[in-house]
Design a protein around this ligand. Structure first.
Ligand SMILES: CCCCCCCCCCCCCC(=O)CSCCNC(=O)CCNC(=O)[C@H](O)C(C)(C)COP(=O)(O)OP(=O)(O)OC[C@H]1O[C@@H](n2cnc3c(N)ncnc32)[C@H](O)[C@@H]1OP(=O)(O)O
Ligand SMILES: CCOC(=O)c1cnc2ccc(OC)cc2c1SCCC#N
Length: 389
């Protein structure tokens, strides 16, 4: 099928699939910075570029409102992601971030924010190479401005600004198939509130499954089981950094985290990210770690519910406590915090515990992509150590 824009981009092309004669690595070489386009790409006349300063409560709110009404919906239009303002501030301002990579489009006359795209810097390891990349996310065009080829302009503009920082690779995900996925991942869902998921139409009662049986099926203990399981604190950062770096070195593609990045991404923040460590009471050693992030969704067209409270597994490391038990404890915490569902991708070593802990396979795929970087063949999800928001 035609990809008029993506055919022009340095990404693996569908026509080249199966041709393993290409070398692994960058597809295009860097351009001298003096040759990178200095001025922004042209927008249609009525629109103008704007930098969205996420420190400003007013602008952060405009971004929040645009995404709340126009961001990703599932195929059955049951849900639309409802990233919170504090989540957006967290996700978009990691150490070393660039304000002018938080790009908006406004209507010149009304100043209404009608489109958005972001990038953040990440040091990504691909096999044995650490490559400075950008993670591109939150691409959104207002529903009223769809199918006007605005997205390619947004993508070219964020690419230009990233190039100006002498960065030539990027990573991104999408729920749609584009040229050409690094890997294809599967969502899995662990029901915590069966009644609500049935009422909203996500889950169905099988013919032998009554509501009370469904509630019993998904019941969880009232407290965690692992001795030494506690909330992560700032004093844990150095040990968690060592644990996480060690664990992520197992995967073909994974981000590298220094202490500052672990502190940013993994220290608990209410309604944004929860993280736990297992500390051995004798040795004081931190042996395991688990985290999940909070991403609610608006429930569309339902008379009884407006919001789905969803937790998403983030990064975790198990060296002593079995991952199954660690995840079970995270489920217990999520249930205590009244999450309705606990979501996970089949990346890293997640697949084994998913089935054991009564996760159901979702019907949505998540495709991972690299920009301007070719791998000889696509990866299995278990070879990927990257979770994107
Ligand atoms: C070195 C640095 C490099 C940095 C850049 C790296 C690359 C970063 C890439 C971005 C990563 C973002 C990751 C991310 O944010 C996470 S995925 C979430 C994307 N956002 C949504 O789904 C929100 C709801 N949808 C919309 O707002 C619009 O439908 C969007 C804006 C999605 C498309 O607006 P539209 O009005 O529906 O469509 P046109 O403007 O007419 O444009 C159609 C063209 O856009 C291509 N398209 C559609 N959806 C795409 C998607 N999700 N990725 C990439 N490309 C996408 C499509 O294939 C076609 O090109 P083709 O003709 O070649 O097929
Ligand atoms: C109950 C299980 O489904 C979801 O949690 C959920 C919630 N909101 C969404 C909004 C947009 C959306 O667009 C693909 C999907 C969802 C999903 S399923 C895929 C995410 C996961 N796990």
């Amino acid at each position: 099928q035609e990809h008029k824009f993506w055919e022009t981009q340095p990404v693996g092309q569908f026509k080249d699939l199966g041709d393993s004669s290409f070398p692994e690595g960058p597809i295009e070489q860097p351009t001298p910075l003096s040759e990178v386009k200095q001025e922004p790409y042209n927008l249609p006349t009525l629109y103008e570029w704007t930098v969205c300063d996420m420190d400003s409560d007013e602008i952060c709110n405009e971004v929040y409102v645009l995404l709340t009404n126009n961001y990703v919906e599932d195929d059955d239009n049951l849900f639309r992601f409802n990233y919170s303002k504090e989540f957006l501030r967290w996700g978009l301002r990691p150490p070393g971030y660039f304000k002018n990579w938080h790009i908006g489009v406004r209507v010149k006359s009304s100043k209404k924010l009608v489109a958005f795209i972001t990038a953040i810097p990440v040091k990504m390891r691909v096999r044995d190479e650490v490559v400075q990349m950008a993670e591109v996310n939150f691409l959104c065009v207002h529903k009223k401005l769809r199918s006007k080829r605005l997205a390619p302009v947004m993508i070219k503009e964020v690419t230009r600004r990233i190039h100006l920082e002498n960065i030539w690779q990027a990573a991104y995900t999408a729920g749609i198939l584009l040229p050409t996925p690094l890997t294809t991942c599967q969502y899995w869902h662990r029901t915590l509130n069966p009644k609500k998921l049935i009422d909203v139409g996500f889950s169905r009662l099988g013919d032998r499954m009554t509501m009370s049986r469904a509630i019993k099926l998904y019941k969880l203990p009232n407290s965690t089981a692992t001795p030494g399981f506690r909330k992560m604190e700032i004093r844990d950062v150095p040990k968690v950094t060592i644990l996480l770096r060690g664990y992520l070195s197992r995967f073909v593609v994974a981000p590298t985290f220094d202490d500052a990045e672990v502190a940013h991404w993994l220290l608990p923040q209410e309604n944004v990210v929860d993280s736990f460590v297992v500390e051995n009471s004798e040795t004081r050693e931190v042996t395991d770690f688990f985290s999940f992030y909070t991403l609610p969704s608006s429930i569309l067209n339902n008379p009884n519910y407006s919001t789905l409270k969803a937790a998403y597994t983030f990064y975790h490391v198990s060296t002593k406590t079995p991952l199954l038990q660690l995840t079970q404890d995270a489920l217990v915490i999520a249930k205590q915090k009244e999450f309705d569902v606990f979501n996970a991708l089949d990346v890293m070593e997640n697949e084994p515990f998913l089935k054991e802990l009564k996760f159901g396979r979702g019907d949505g795929q998540l495709y991972y992509y690299l920009y301007n970087y070719r791998l000889r063949e696509s990866l299995k999800p278990s070879e990927l150590g990257l979770v994107m928001l």
